[in-house]
Design a protein around this ligand. Structure first.
Ligand code: URA
Length: 232
């Protein structure tokens, strides 16, 4: 790979800033200062910028137990970002695989592998996401049977062209539902319950496909194993 691309992939320099750093003679390859952005390097090359050894990192796959009050977006707004909880080099390259609302807790996946993220989120792959939903009012009896039918057949949400895909609803207690979705529309769980006249008081994602939060405490994260990555 070209040296300017290597620098852009391993630092926060853009390709044009990398060229400027080369011009300022800040970069060495295998002990030799080089100014040429087209110099060919690979993972075994000893590339240093301002004396710091740079290493290519492979694709990363992370699961996080998102606490409330943390945002799944790329830019800092009112709230801290999920990425800020993760200590990995070049963490800004990690994208969340789908999003949870700022007040939703639970399992968030992050990766810099766009193809894998697409696999996980594509509705065609039918990767079930299980949510624990706390409702303000009890849902039981005939209202529950009707909700289960509606969710299984698909709901027309405001502003959406298509019905929601079939979803599975079960109750763990009169105020606590388990909803399994196979897609991820904006505020989908809250909007689906609103469509049947129920308010979601708290929302927690327990699992995505074969991956469950397990022992991970709020705010904790870990990298996925190769088997977990492959399981999608
Ligand atoms: N559905 C919602 O309404 N919110 C989330 O955070 C996730 C799914």
């Amino acid at each position: 790979m070209r040296l300017d691309k290597f620098l852009a992939d391993t630092t926060d320099l853009t390709r044009s800033l990398a060229k400027k750093a080369l011009h300022r003679e800040e970069v060495s390859v295998d002990g030799q200062v080089t100014k040429n952005p087209a110099t060919q390097v690979d993972a075994d090359s000893e590339v240093r910028w301002l004396g710091r050894r740079l290493a290519l990192v492979g694709l990363r796959y992370v699961m996080l137990h998102k606490p409330a009050g943390v945002e799944c977006s790329a830019r800092r707004g009112l709230y801290p970002l999920v990425r800020e909880l993760i200590e990995l080099p070049n963490v800004e390259r990690l994208q969340t695989v789908g999003r949870l609302d700022v007040d939703t807790t639970g399992l968030v996946l992050l990766s810099d592998d766009g193809q894998w993220s697409h696999l996980v989120t594509s509705p065609k792959r039918r990767c079930g996401k299980v949510y624990r939903v706390t409702l303000s009012d009890a849902l039981e009896g005939e209202a529950l049977a009707e909700a289960q039918r509606d969710f299984a057949e698909g709901i027309q949400l405001d502003g959406e062209e298509k019905l929601t895909r079939p979803a599975e609803l079960a109750m763990r207690a009169p105020h606590e539902a388990e909803l399994t979705l196979y897609e991820g529309k904006y505020h989908q769980v809250k909007r689906m319950f609103a469509a049947i006249g129920h308010h979601v008081e708290a929302l927690h994602r327990e699992s995505v496909g074969p991956l469950a939060l397990g022992e991970l405490a709020p705010g904790e994260w870990r990298e996925l194993t190769a088997a977990e990555v492959a399981a999608f």
